[in-house]
Design a protein around this ligand. Structure first.
Ligand code: KIV
Length: 267
């Protein structure tokens, strides 16, 4: 049977049917292949790349070159999922022209199906231009990691009425601008549920409760590769940190004591 490819229309249909949308981040070819086999709907090549793969403190240093490189690798491993490339810090702020060019590079040069960018009302006019140019856009509101230098800390949004109302306006503005879905990051669960009920486009939650139309996790959090901090909203479905460390130590032991390579590994 022919593989059914996930498109932006598939995601909207899932929302209408009340079916959950399952999404994860990935940054490389091999993981992309596994996410395809696992039946994940959408792969985000997130700029979380900066923290979980490149070792930066936050997402600010991530460049277009980094994102294009990793998006190409994910695309090479993909046959079925919707692949979304995250637009990095300052790649869509200098001018609309530059933003459109950069978004276009993800589609034409890297093979992504869509781009994601952070921001609500203020980003909506740009989103509209991208959509008009034929580039599908995934919005991102709530906690915006690219604002870390301005904000000084990562904080939950939508806890009080004013903040929740502002998030509503953001979600509606993105919907009107033509975004095909919107990520709600660290939005209080009540506000996230209400936003989900009030827009026609799917909401994809991270740290935003169970009522969003879909969920996304950073791959490393799902695999138990936390590094320094374990986010409250993450659940590890494996303990790869331990598995990998055990494997590295076993290899070291066996090389040192001569148990590896054995006869079957030699020519
Ligand atoms: O970069 C990323 O991984 C993201 C998700 C957390 C939504 O933006």
């Amino acid at each position: 049977m022919r593989e059914q490819k996930v498109t932006v229309a598939t995601l909207k249909k899932k929302k209408r049917q009340g079916k959950k949308i399952v999404t994860l981040t990935a940054y490389d070819y091999f993981t992309s292949r596994l996410l395809n086999r696992a039946g994940i709907d959408l792969i985000l090549v997130g700029d979380s790349l900066g923290m979980v793969v490149l070792g930066y403190e936050n997402t600010v240093p991530v460049t277009m070159a980094d994102m294009l490189h990793h998006t190409r690798a994910v695309v090479r491993g993909n046959s079925r999922c919707l692949v979304v490339a995250d637009m990095p810090f300052l790649s869509y702020h200098i001018s609309d022209l530059e933003a459109l060019r950069n978004a276009g590079r993800f589609i034409q040069e890297a093979g992504a199906h869509a781009v994601k960018l952070e921001g609500g009302k203020e980003a909506a006019p740009l989103v509209k231009k991208m959509v008009r140019a034929g580039i599908p856009v995934l919005g991102h509101i709530g906690l915006l990691p690219q604002d870390i230098l301005k904000e000084g800390a990562y904080r939950v949004r939508g806890k009080d009425e004013r903040s929740a109302a502002s998030l509503f306006e953001d979600a509606r503005a993105l919907e009107e601008a033509g975004a095909f879905a919107v990520v709600l990051e660290c939005v209080a669960a009540k506000a996230a549920g209400e936003i989900t009920g009030s827009v026609k486009i799917p909401t994809i939650g991270i740290g935003s409760g169970a009522d969003c139309d879909g969920q996304i996790l950073v791959l490393h959090d799902l695999l138990g590769l936390y590094g320094e901090v374990k986010p409250k909203f993450a659940r590890a479905y494996a303990d790869l940190e331990k598995t990998m460390l055990d494997a590295f130590q076993a290899y070291k032991r066996e090389v040192e004591d001569g148990a590896f390579p054995a006869d079957e590994h030699s020519f």
